[in-house]
Design a protein around this ligand. Structure first.
Ligand code: OGA
Ligand code: NI
Length: 351
């Protein structure tokens, strides 16, 4: 393999840039004025729905989840049943990974063919705009893609804890899928079946956003919608960063201790015939604090052609999307990097 691991130009770790103490960020990270975050003005007073799962029947959960998926595409869940100690342990252990010496992390440097491992960019086009963040990407499911050798060997408990964390999140995703299905007026298992039943995929991307000397000029992650099924996001509870598009506004998410942020991905938008929305979001960085987030992506079976669920197609609401498998779909974002919602839009049938 070439010295760039298949990337079109040498990879620079944002962490190294940040730690170099530079006071100005390289041009490649500077966003056009229209894309820059409005760091000072925390304009919107809106906030995404918060759903408490402890005190709810299945029907109540379905109607709360359904309303959030239609209106926002995003919600937070509290009392979700995943032990807070496990959640914090997972965060700490991954923080530990990013604190390891660079040589240790570089052993896992990723390449554009699979994206597995330690990475610093999305998109393989030469000269693309870069985001202020490094990440680690790994496969949890299907088991034929899961490979512990590609997960960090250090810190020592990272693999075990990540396994345990993933099992808990898969459980939670199963419950939410049921609620989403009922909320569409379908049988509880219908959405899961359209995902490929038990043959779903899951991956984890741990995002590490180092301190940034000029946060007003850049983004930790450019605006995008998540290409997969749904995402369960865990964020630092003391550092804001995530913003969600609401019309022409950007709403900043207020982190809640031990909560998860859930959002609809493009594949659920397609299956639900756009009754549920995958919504654009982006990440701001800041000068005072680094930030770690863990995005767990729950995806349909990768080679299954997906199109709107039959029962959701009516004379008034014809199928909005043509069939495409998730494998074909995700090539786009891997090649071009985050681009708002242009991809799911491009799937639209021309009626
Ligand atoms: C993502 C994502 C948000 C965050 O990884 O797709 O949107 O807060 N992350 O890091
Ligand atoms: Ni995302």
């Amino acid at each position: 393999m070439d010295s760039n691991h298949g990337w079109p130009e040498p990879i620079i770790r944002v962490q190294s840039l940040s730690e170099s103490g530079t006071e100005t960020i390289p041009t490649r990270y500077i966003k056009p004025p229209s894309d820059r975050p409005n760091i000072e003005a925390n304009s919107s007073t809106l906030s995404i729905p918060v759903i408490d799962l402890s005190a709810m029947s299945k029907e109540e959960m379905a109607s709360a989840v359904s309303a959030a998926c239609r209106e926002w595409g995003f919600f937070q869940v509290v009392n979700h049943g995943v032990r807070p100690e496990l959640v914090r342990h997972a965060q700490e252990i991954w923080r530990g990974f990013f604190r390891l010496p660079m040589e240790e992390k570089q052993r896992y440097a990723n390449s554009p063919t699979t994206y597995e491992g330690y990475g610093s960019r999305l998109g393989v086009e030469k000269g693309v705009s870069l985001d202020w963040g490094d990440y680690y990407f790994l496969h949890v499911l299907p088991s034929c893609l899961k490979n512990h050798e590609k997960w960090p060997a250090l810190p020592p408990d990272l693999r075990d804890i990540t396994d345990e964390y993933s099992r808990e999140l898969l459980n939670l995703c199963g419950r939410v899928m049921e609620a989403m299905s009922i909320g569409l007026g379908l049988d509880p298992t219908r959405l899961q079946e359209s995902f490929g039943g038990t043959e779903v995929g899951a991956c984890l991307r741990v995002n590490y956003y180092p301190k940034c000397p000029q946060p007003e000029l850049t983004l930790g992650l450019s605006s995008h919608s998540d290409p997969g099924g749904m995402t369960v996001l865990l964020v630092d509870n003391h550092v804001r960063g995530l913003q969600i598009r609401k019309g022409s506004d950007w709403v900043t998410v207020e982190p809640i201790r031990d909560a998860f942020i859930l959002n609809v991905g493009d594949q659920i938008q397609v299956l639900s015939n756009a009754i549920y929305k995958s919504v654009e979001h982006r990440v701001m960085v800041n000068a005072a604090n680094e930030r770690l987030s863990m995005a767990f992506f729950y995806n349909p079976k990768a080679d299954l052609p997906l199109s709107p669920i039959r029962e959701l197609i009516t004379p008034d609401r014809p199928a909005l999307y043509k069939p495409m498998s998730f494998n074909e779909y995700r090539l786009y974002i891997r090649q071009r990097g985050p681009r708002g919602k242009s991809q799911v839009e491009s799937l639209k049938t021309s009626q």
